[in-house]
Design a protein around this ligand. Structure first.
Ligand SMILES: [Zn+2]
Length: 62
């Protein structure tokens, strides 16, 4: 299964992911331990989809 690493945005194969983490019933996959560490340091930053996420410009909020 092709999944997206929420930290770096890379497409990876879930079977080959270096790490995975389940948050609120959703499983996230990571290309490397370093991405996993970043995610664990601040999961909300990478899981809050409705807030527009990264990428300034296209969406204005607040
Ligand atoms: Zn990554």
């Amino acid at each position: 299964m092709q999944v997206t690493d929420p930290v770096c945005g890379m497409s990876i194969d879930s079977a080959k992911a270096a790490a995975q983490e389940a948050v609120a019933g959703q499983t996230y996959y990571f290309c490397s331990d370093s991405c996993h560490s970043k995610f664990r340091a601040d999961p909300a930053r990478y899981t809050a989809k409705e807030h527009g996420g990264k990428g300034h410009g296209s969406h204005r909020c607040c």
